[in-house]
Design a protein around this ligand. Structure first.
Ligand SMILES: Cc1cc2nc3c(=O)[nH]c(=O)nc-3n(C[C@H](O)[C@H](O)[C@H](O)COP(=O)(O)O)c2cc1C
Length: 178
């Protein structure tokens, strides 16, 4: 299966890139940065794995990848998304996939990989978005447990990434014989 799958990743602060590299190491699948990916790149492979981050409830770059995929000769698409949500936030993760994939959920295999937040490497627009979210939370009255958790989670950088989280995706793709 080695050369029939390509991994395309989009990463801003490095979590998705790190996970994509781990998955590539385990499966032997080649790795391409989203910036260099085209429909032609995809066409040389049967299967495309797209890895990206959750960004304000959306999969960053997903529309563009879908467009490329439909123009390409590749046959199937698999997604993995990294984010700040811990693995335990099952309902939020479920809602995230429902919102992003809708009726495609059963057709597109998808995997969530907990990552964290890295303010040191964040772009200015992203930092401003986080600052606005923190200010909104600060002002909010009658905060729920979830609000308090969210407020605490976005207060600073943290890394909850773990190699173990790639296991289900690696098993799905098949391990390299190398
Ligand atoms: C503006 C902004 C919005 C974000 N929105 C979400 C989100 O909706 N859900 C989530 O789990 N993580 C969210 N995150 C966290 C990122 O998804 C997480 O840090 C991700 O692993 C970053 O990947 P990267 O390092 O490859 O860029 C957000 C981060 C930023 C900066």
């Amino acid at each position: 299966m080695k050369d029939n799958t390509i991994i395309i990743y989009k990463s801003s602060t490095g979590f998705t890139k790190k996970y994509a590299q781990m998955i590539s190491d385990e499966t032997g699948c080649p790795l391409v940065d989203f910036k260099n990916a085209t429909a032609k790149t995809m066409s040389a492979y049967e299967r495309v794995v797209f890895g990206s981050r959750a960004h304000a409830g959306r999969i960053d770059g997903y529309s563009k990848i879908k467009e490329m995929f439909h123009k390409s000769a590749a046959r199937s698409l698999v997604l993995f998304v990294t984010g700040a949500m811990p693995a335990e936030a099952e309902d939020t993760i479920k809602a995230f996939w429902a919102q992003n994939l809708g009726s495609q959920q059963s057709k597109i295999p998808h995997f969530y990989l907990p990552a964290g937040l890295c303010y040191e490497r964040m772009s200015l627009p992203d930092k401003l978005m986080m600052k606005a979210a923190a200010a909104m939370m600060k002002k909010k009255k009658d905060k729920t447990v979830e609000d308090l958790e969210f407020e605490r989670a976005i207060a600073g950088s943290y890394d909850i990434s773990d190699r173990a989280y790639i296991e289900p995706l690696v098993s799905f793709l098949g391990r390299s014989s190398r």
